[in-house]
Every structure is written in C-alpha cells, then in structure tokens.
Write a protein that binds this ligand. Structure first.
Ligand SMILES: [Mn+2]
Length: 488
C-alpha cells in the first residue's frame, strides 16, 4: 500500500534511528557464539530526575543496549539466551495516558520486530524468567552497572546488595562485548563519519568566529546551533575555552583576549548515536603569534608522527611514546627541555607538558566502552597500567587491530600550579629549564585531536579533513575578516 505522510501525522522518532533488524540479530548471534549457554540481561537506561521526578536530565541510552537492542527508549530490557538462541525484549505496553502526553508510540511487538527479536514480554514477567534461570542453576550475566536506577533494579532481580551487584558482574560478558564492539564494521564507520561531517562545521565556526571580545558562551551557542539543526546531540559536554591548559574545562564565562587562543574539544553524535571527538586550538587574533606557532607546530608534528606509525599489531603505548618523544625533542629545540630526551621521556619529565594519554577508543561512547572498565577496554591482559605521572592517564595501551577506532590527541600545556610545584621540588632539574618557562606562564595550552580507524595497511583518518595546518587556519580566519570588511 502506498503510504502518504500527512502533515499532521506523528512519527515516533525512535523507529527512524535504527539499523536494519538484521544488524541487531547478527550482533546478538555473534555474542551468543562467544558465550554459549549464557543468560544475558541487558537493561536500558532510565530517565534520571534532575530536580523532581518529571524534570529529567537529557536521556542517553546505554551504548551496549543500543548495540544489541537499538532502541533509545528508557526502561526496557533485552534478554539474550544463548542456550535457546532466542532474544526477548521486555517492556511496557503503551497506555492511553502515554499517548495523550507523549503522542502515539509503537507497540511492544512492533518495537521487537524492528530489532529482529523472537519474543516480547511485559516487563513484569522478567522477574519470573530470571528466577527460573537461576533455579536451573544458570548464572545471570550482566555488565557493570553505572546508573543508580540500574543498580537498584539488579538488586531486586537478583536479591543482591548494592555491593554484591557491583562485585558480581560478568567478566566473561565484559570480555565478549569488548571484543565485539572494538571492531567497527563499515555501517558503524559511516555513522562516525556522518558525525564528523557535522563536527567539521562546528570547528569551522570556531575558526571563523573566534576573535577578541567574543565570549566563550557565544561560541558555544554557535556550535550548539549547528548540532541542534542537524537533529542530533553532542557526544559529550563540549570544551570550548580560552584556558586550554585546564583539561576538562566546562566553564564558559570568559571573554576571548587579544593574543590568546581558543581550545575547542567537541564532537557531534550521529543519528544512531556514534561519537566523534575532535580538538582544535586556534588563535583569537587572525594569525598565531610566533610563540604560539612554535608550540603548535610541535603538537602537530606529534600528531603526524603518531598517525604515521599506526599499523596492525603496534601497541598504542608505543604510539603514545612516539608522540611523547616528538614533543620532548621539540621542547628541547625551544629551550624548555634539555639533556638526553630518551632518558627524559623514560623518567616522565615530559609529562610536565603532556599530562595525559595520547588517545582512547571511540564508538558508541566517546570513550568507548569505558563503562565496562577502562582496563578491560584499553589494556587487556597483556598490558599493565603505569603508575608514572602522565603515563598513568593513558586510557589505551593495547595492540591495535584492524577495525579499532580511536583518537590521537597530543597536547602541550603550561599549567602554572604544576610548574611551580615541580620547580619547588627541584624535580627533573636536569631535563627542564625552569628559568625559560617563566615566559610561558600565560601561554595556556595546545591540543590537536583527530579520529582514526586502523586498517590492514595502516590507518585512515575518519571524516572530512578538518583544517589543522597553521596556514589553513590563518587563511580561513583572514578570509572571514575580508568578507566582513567587504560587507561593512
Ligand atoms: Mn578525545
């Protein structure tokens, strides 16, 4: 039957943001192959009240639920039983009240059909199914919960205390999910690239619109305008600041100063909730100052050297150290570091400037699967996290495999509090020229971040190229100024 959408027809949004049902079916099949005879419970996230029950924080579905169950609706549960090979979707039937307040919604059966599940059940039947499985001596596999309401539900379903819920999550399930979600298929890469196309426009906006006396809030409004108009959301709270050396800076009350820089670390989500994560640092003035150019070039070199080293089997720890060496050598050329650079990096002296890790996995989460445990995702059994300052913040260390998607994000920061402390302690005096650093106290910081997928030959930059060369950024800023002059 031909279907004509009337202007007054209401189309529930959830159904339009799914892959074909076969995608979810195949993903669950693969999980069942990894974990035979497992009773797997995957709860959706819930609405979280902000200041009272009906006024909630922005709802974001759990990413593992999205991966195997697709729907971005709260409160549902997917149960995958690899003993029977069947998946059940548990949920609530829509009442007339729901329709009155939230518009027409698909039935539970319709929701089940579009993700290819065999059976749907009312949520009230879930307890009985779990009890039955436990009576048969079967283990209930669930992932480490991070939302309070999910933890509470698990205490009820399993009769556990909150501590027991945290302790008894399934390590086997974590391992199987990490293995599967780590390798991105083409349809997932397309999503990430869709998100990156939006993110490119957001970063261009900051390049064009950052100049003295513009506020951080104004820039934020401009990038959020682009995200909202694309009908999506950001993948994480944007960092958009004149103080790039404050790493997770979510304050936006400053005015951009002449001679300063703006660091923007933000990315859109695709329509199917895949993340993008790009950082650019641009001058407030139409051109970089000489000092800014010098530091920026070192960070850019580190990004390029890291990206060039990417190949199957190389560990991300090794790539991180390539970036660290590149930056330490550059800082030595600038006169800020000294001595044997190999030794300096080994000892961790460069971490005065490069305080964080080179990157992280990216997918349905911006720090992909971190809810399942940073070690499980980024380290596995072959690598052990270092305790050294700087290196301990590395989220990804393991050997890279084709299909991994990750960020590369070197940075150089001048953090006065850290510099003062190290200098007072006379820390790494043989590697750091504290005297020269006095002139950099107001420099802030530079970070440049791109997203890559590992291929069988090396790696591919994901998304459209987003300007990062000094001459490109200066050209774009200048052309915008010329345009404004011509109009004026
Ligand atoms: Mn990142």
């Amino acid at each position: 039957m031909d279907f004509v959408l009337s202007a007054f027809e209401i189309k529930p949004k959830g159904m339009s943001r799914l892959f074909d049902s076969g995608v979810y079916h195949e993903r669950r099949q693969e999980l069942m192959n990894h974990l035979p005879d497992a009773f797997i419970v995957l709860p959706a996230n819930d609405f979280t009240p902000k200041n009272y029950t009906d006024n909630t924080f922005h709802f974001r579905q759990d990413s593992t639920f999205l991966y195997y169950g697709g729907h971005d609706l709260p409160g549902m549960v997917v149960v995958i039983d690899s003993a029977t090979g069947q998946t059940s979707l548990y949920g609530r039937e829509i009442s007339l009240d729901d329709v009155i307040w939230t518009g027409p919604q698909p039935t539970l059966t319709e929701l089940g059909d579009v993700i290819g599940v065999e059976k749907t059940h009312p949520l009230t039947d879930l307890q009985q199914a779990i009890d039955q499985a436990r009576k048969e001596g079967r283990k209930i596999h669930y992932l480490p919960p991070y939302q309070g309401s999910t933890k509470i539900k698990l205490t009820q379903w399993l009769g556990f205390s909150l501590d027991e819920v945290d302790a008894h999550y399934s390590r086997e399930l974590v391992g199987a999910v990490v293995k599967q979600r780590s390798i991105k298929k083409d349809i997932e890469l397309n999503e990430i690239e869709e998100a990156l196309a939006i993110t490119k426009d957001m970063h261009l906006e900051v390049i064009y619109e950052s100049r003295k006396d513009v506020s951080e809030a104004d820039l934020l409004g401009r990038i959020m305008n682009i995200v909202c108009r694309a009908g999506v959301d950001t993948a994480y709270p944007p960092i958009l600041t004149k103080n790039g050396h404050v790493l997770h800076n979510h304050e936006r009350h400053h005015i951009l100063p002449k001679g300063g820089m703006v660091l923007g670390d933000f990315g859109a989500e695709s329509t199917k909730y895949y993340a993008s994560d790009i950082t650019r640092t641009v001058p407030v003035d139409p051109v970089f100052s000489t000092k800014q150019k010098e530091v920026y070039s070192i960070v850019l070199q580190a990004l390029e050297a890291s990206a060039a080293a990417l190949k199957p089997g190389i560990s991300f720890l090794e790539v991180h150290l390539i970036a660290a060496h590149t930056m330490a050598r550059g800082l030595k050329d600038l006169g800020l570091m000294k001595g044997d650079i190999e030794e300096a990096v080994k000892e961790g002296a460069h971490a005065l400037f490069f305080v964080h890790g080179l990157g992280h996995m990216m997918g349905l989460d911006v720090h992909d699967m971190e809810g399942l445990g940073e070690e499980a995702v980024g380290y596995g059994s072959q690598f052990k996290r270092s305790k050294q300052f700087g290196l301990k913040a590395l989220r990804l260390a393991r050997n890279l495999e084709p299909g991994f998607v990750f960020t590369i994000e070197p940075g150089i920061y001048f953090i006065p509090a850290l510099i003062d402390q190290w200098e007072a302690e006379k820390k790494f005096e043989s590697f750091i020229n504290y005297g020269q650093l006095k002139a950099y106290r107001d420099f802030t910081g530079v970070r440049i971040e791109d997203n890559y997928v590992l291929t069988s030959e090396g790696a591919r930059l994901l998304g459209p190229p987003i300007p990062k060369e000094i001459h490109e950024i200066e050209f774009l800023k200048q052309s915008q100024l010329d345009l404004k002059d011509r109009i004026a």
